[in-house]
Design a binder for this molecule. Structure first.
Ligand code: SAM
Length: 223
């Protein structure tokens, strides 16, 4: 039996097992979620120039959407099988394997980072380290977007699509994530919570937090 420190292996094994099912059923999730696309578009506009990392990119939905907006973006994920599909679907984009808790990315080198439903498998005790790593790789003024399901209790996915794997999907309170981002040195820019779209299979509200690493601003002066 695995202990809690094996969460990275458990996450990788889960997504390796379901990658083709995920691609068939969920890879186009942004197509059906105009408000999610709007937030990613606003993020792209605020980032402007510079490289963005889609951390926990899966099959590359957000990577491809940001790329289509002209963002210099690459994807990173734990799962080789998810990455194989991302590369197959988006051969013009760069995808790398790795853990977002231990990024092979230089300090202060990224203009932006996105964690689109990818922090949901990181145990609560590891979230400070995760957000510290996001903070480390972003340049001063860098932009961060974090999406996740809202709630208190995790949802266990047991044998999805008949595959012999199980994994907990954590749900979190936006104010708790906002506090942790603040502890990591980020300045919160916005919290967006939308109601679940039951037709899309969503059971709980969905949150997207936008934050910035304090420092130089490349944006236009405010009115
Ligand atoms: C729910 S999927 C979301 C995928 C993608 N962001 C999307 O919107 O379709 C979660 C993804 O996060 C990845 N992931 C989870 N923890 C990770 C970590 N520590 N480092 C890199 N990837 C991770 C998983 O392998 C999986 O592909």
């Amino acid at each position: 039996m695995r202990d809690a420190s094996d969460f990275l292996a458990a996450t990788r094994d889960f997504y390796d097992a379901i990658a083709e099912d995920y691609a068939e059923h969920l890879a186009d999730h942004l197509t059906h979620r105009p408000l999610d696309r709007a937030l990613l578009r606003g993020f792209a506009e605020m980032v402007g120039e510079g490289t963005v990392a889609d951390l926990g990119c899966g099959t590359g939905a957000a990577t491809a959407y940001l790329g289509s907006l002209g963002v210099d973006v690459f994807g990173l994920d734990l799962s080789a099988s998810m990455l194989a599909i991302a590369r197959r679907r988006h051969p013009d984009l760069r995808f790398e394997q790795g853990s977002m808790l231990d990024l092979a990315i230089a300090d202060a080198s990224l203009a932006g980072a996105v964690s689109w439903y990818s922090s949901i498998h990181t145990p609560a005790a590891e979230l400070p380290a995760l957000f510290a790593e996001f903070h480390r790789v972003l340049r001063p003024g860098g932009h961060l977007l974090v999406a996740f399901q809202v709630g208190e209790e995790p949802r266990r996915h047991d044998r999805p699509w008949g595959r012999p794997v199980v994994l907990d999907f954590q749900r979190r309170r936006p104010e708790r994530i906002a506090a942790l981002l603040g502890d990591a040195g980020f300045a919160l820019g916005s919290t967006t919570v939308r109601e679940p779209d039951e037709q899309l299979g969503e059971a709980v509200p969905q949150a997207v937090l936008y934050a910035r690493k304090p420092g130089a601003s490349a944006g236009p002066a405010g009115a």
